[in-house]
Design a protein around this ligand. Structure first.
Ligand code: FE2
Ligand code: FE2
Length: 326
């Protein structure tokens, strides 16, 4: 942050603070945790960063489902590394969120009580090993489209976490594409598995960008605050334009009869996902919502002894240190 955001000593009213905040945003400087910020900005960020952190952690489940059934040691090592990366992403983001004055424990409680959300995509099941490749290619690919602009988001800790996360997401996308490419060079049965998987994930991947702009009530404010840098529809278009040539290289098609190149717009036209289905999934009625939260809740409860042991150990270390000083 630059000095322009510091309220002059002695004048310190809310209007000065707000003017300083807005100056920082308009200069594309970062807001840092020590800085004054409007309550709405803080709340919006907590909601967005927490939702993002929860998505990383819940997103470990659909792929974790296949670690024990990976077809080779190499595939298992790749998948393990990928799922562990997602745990790391969750931790960076929970840490970023904690700088806004909410604890990781509180955030976890809100997730398992259904008071905070995670990405709708992780409420779909993984039915074949091809899904591991499709998730890497399309789901991590969509995540990259969403997240690269967030490296420039106005809140410092969030933007810095995103820089590291995006590097790892690129690896995830490549490993997914490479897995699918290998299967496409295999048998007819393997090629059919890939196409079936792509058919199931295409529309849910498009939904990851959120509802169309005219039905996305918080977008304008988030863009004005520099939290969001592009609209949902812009990012969705970017993702479609990026994915079509990749699908050609792979030799798969997308299940959208309206998908075609528009010479005038220099972009692809495409159909709309089933937004009613999206709303149902967001409301908790997707194919795996109950299972995902039940699994997260059980993992949290099973981990209670670790948290208790760590707390007891920290207290013991403190008392040992204090005795040493006495
Ligand atoms: Fe991730
Ligand atoms: Fe990822």
């Amino acid at each position: 942050m630059t000095d322009t955001t510091t309220a002059p000593a002695g004048t310190g009213g809310e209007a000065d603070l707000l003017a300083g905040f807005e100056a920082t945003i308009s200069h594309n400087d970062r807001i840092e945790p020590r800085d004054w910020m409007p309550e709405g900005y803080r709340k919006t960020l907590i909601r967005q960063v927490a939702q993002h952190a929860h998505s990383e952690i819940i997103g470990m489940q659909p792929e974790g489902n296949w670690i024990g059934r990976a077809p080779s040691l190499r595939r298992k090592a790749i998948l393990l590394a990928k799922v562990q990366d997602e745990a790391g992403h969750g931790l960076y983001l929970y840490s970023a969120c904690e700088t806004l004055g909410v604890s990781r424990g509180q955030l976890t409680e809100m997730l398992i009580e259904g008071r905070q959300k995670y990405s709708s995509i992780f409420n779909y099941p993984t039915l074949s090993y091809a899904d591991v490749g499709t998730i890497g290619w399309l789901v991590d690919g969509a995540a990259i489209c969403n997240q690269v602009p967030l490296c420039r988001t106005s809140f410092g800790p969030y933007g810095r976490a995103m820089i590291r996360i995006c590097k790892e997401e690129s690896f995830h996308q490549r490993q997914g594409f490479e897995l699918l490419m290998t299967m496409m060079r295999g048998t007819d049965e393997q090629r059919a598995m890939v196409q079936e998987s792509v058919n199931r994930f295409w529309w849910p991947a498009l939904m990851m960008f959120g509802p169309p702009d005219d039905e996305s009530p918080n977008s304008a404010q988030s863009m004005a605050w520099g939290i969001k840098r592009n609209t949902n529809d812009d990012l969705r278009q970017r993702f479609v334009d990026m994915s079509v040539p990749q699908a050609k290289v792979l030799g798969v098609t997308f299940p959208d009869p309206e998908l075609r190149w528009n010479e005038e717009r220099q972009a692809h036209d495409f159909g709309q996902p089933d937004w009613d289905e999206f709303m149902q999934v967001v409301k908790g009625n997707g194919p795996c919502n109950t299972q995902r939260i039940a699994h997260r809740r059980a993992a949290h409860e099973d981990g209670a002894w670790v948290r208790e042991a760590a707390t007891a150990y920290a207290a013991q270390q403190t008392s040992v240190r204090e005795e040493g000083l006495a």
